[in-house]
Each structure stands twice: as structure tokens, then as C-alpha cells.
Design a binder for this molecule. Structure first.
Ligand code: SF4
Ligand code: SF4
Length: 219
């Protein structure tokens, strides 16, 4: 899931500036799980803004704001209200805000969240970044532990040599991820030749993908 945090309320207010009536949209998928843009947070935001003189014409939580089809359904359902409001405040990741941008023109959009990272959830409210979406996964060679993400230097061919007492030299709070990988059992292919230099072309962005297609750049 995508992890987000709410922008400081003062920043949201500053972005809304002289606007008097808005729509607030939350996301029932990632932002709900991250507790930044579910029903509860949307209602709280609406109430806080009301106290500052900004009225909410509609507030709603879409199942997934990153799905343009759901965004279109919402827009068609609320054409009237949208035409009478100054802007839409969206409590979702940046993909959700831009899904609105793709299908709605002539209306100001405000992101209410900062988008942070792709996460694994350990328990309620506890999230870890284990994957950086590099497009060329090496987990098969590293016992399912990602050095691209968990080594601050992104070393994919063994430790940098700076670790002290297991601890990472760049982030001493953590064990060096290469210690963890070696302990977990390293693939012989790494012992023999280390991981070949990664093809960073696969990390290009922006990317797009069609059904059953390959990821390719888009403008
Ligand atoms: S190597 Fe790491 S960053 Fe790349 S896809 Fe695999 S888990 Fe994600
Ligand atoms: S100590 Fe290990 S985890 Fe830290 S930067 Fe060096 S190789 Fe990466």
C-alpha cells in the first residue's frame, strides 16, 4: 500500500486561501488504511475547515481515488455541486489527485496529503518500506530481503564495508542489510559473481503499462 501523511493544517488552509466552498474526497484504500484519508479523517477535515469559514458542499470517500473510472462516476454524480464549489481537496496519494486531473478540467485541486512510500503493514498503523519499485527485482538472489531499499546506499553487490558491530554506517539504528542477507542464506549466484550491476533504465519514469503489456515511458 501507499503511505501518506496529512499535510499540516496551516498549509492546507494557506492553499485554500480565499475559497469558501469546497468538496473533500478521501480514499477508501491506502489512505484509509494509513488513517490519513478515510471517512473519519474526511469528516474531521470538513469540521476543522468549517470552523475556519470554509464550507464543505460534498464529502465522500471513493473506494480507490487512483481509479479514473471511479473518479468519473463521482464527477458525473456531483456535476452540480462541483460547478458551485471553488475547489476539491483530495485526501489521497498523488496518483489519486492526478486521476482527478485527468478527468476533470477547470477546477482547482488541492492535495491534502504528502505521499511517502510503498509499504508493508506489520500491524495496525505500523508500516515498513521494503520495496522501492525498482523494476528489476533481485529478491530471488537475496533471500527475499531488498538491498536496493534497505541499504541507504542502495548497494546491490555486497556490503560497503562501513558497518560496525553489525550496524549500518549510514543509519546506525539499523543492522546492515547485507549482514541480514548473509545470515538469511545467500544464493550461490551471488557468492560466485555478486549481483550484476542493475539495469537502472528500468527505473525510468514516468511509466505506463497496458493490459498484459510491458512498462513503457509515457509523456
Ligand atoms: S529489488 Fe527491491 S526495490 Fe527492486 S522490485 Fe525487488 S523489492 Fe522492490
Ligand atoms: S553498512 Fe550495509 S546497509 Fe549500511 S550503507 Fe553500508 S552496505 Fe548499506
Amino acid at each position: 500500500m501507499i503511505i501518506t501523511e496529512q499535510k499540516p493544517f496551516a498549509e492546507i488552509l494557506e492553499n485554500l486561501k480565499s475559497e469558501k466552498k469546497i468538496i473533500i474526497i478521501g480514499c477508501g484504500l491506502c489512505a484509509k488504511t494509513a488513517q490519513t484519508g478515510g471517512e473519519k479523517q474526511v469528516k474531521e477535515m470538513s469540521e476543522k475547515l468549517r470552523k475556519e469559514g470554509v464550507q464543505t458542499a460534498v464529502h465522500d470517500v471513493l473506494d480507490a481515488v487512483c481509479d479514473e473510472r471511479l473518479v468519473k462516476l463521482f464527477i458525473n454524480k456531483h456535476k452540480e455541486e462541483i460547478s458551485r464549489t471553488d475547489s476539491i481537496l483530495i485526501l489521497s496519494c498523488g496518483a489519486g489527485v492526478q486521476a482527478f486531473k485527468q478527468v476533470l478540467s477547470g477546477k482547482k485541486l488541492h492535495p491534502g496529503l504528502n505521499t511517502l512510500f510503498l509499504a508493508t503493514e506489520k500491524r495496525l498503523g505500523e508500516f515498513y518500506q521494503f520495496c522501492s519499485l525498482c523494476g528489476n527485482c533481485v529478491l530471488d538472489l537475496t533471500s527475499g530481503i531488498c538491498p536496493v531499499t534497505r541499504c541507504p546506499k542502495g548497494y546491490v553487490n555486497g556490503p560497503c564495508g562501513g558497518a560496525k558491530n553489525r550496524k549500518c554506517e549510514a543509519n546506525p539504528e539499523n543492522d546492515c542489510v547485507w549482514h541480514i542477507i548473509f545470515e538469511a542464506g545467500i544464493d550461490d549466484r551471488i557468492r560466485d559473481r555478486m549481483i550484476e550491476l542493475k539495469d537502472h533504465k528500468k527505473q525510468f519514469h514516468p511509466r505506463k503499462i497496458y493490459p498484459k503489456g510491458k512498462a513503457v515511458p509515457h509523456a
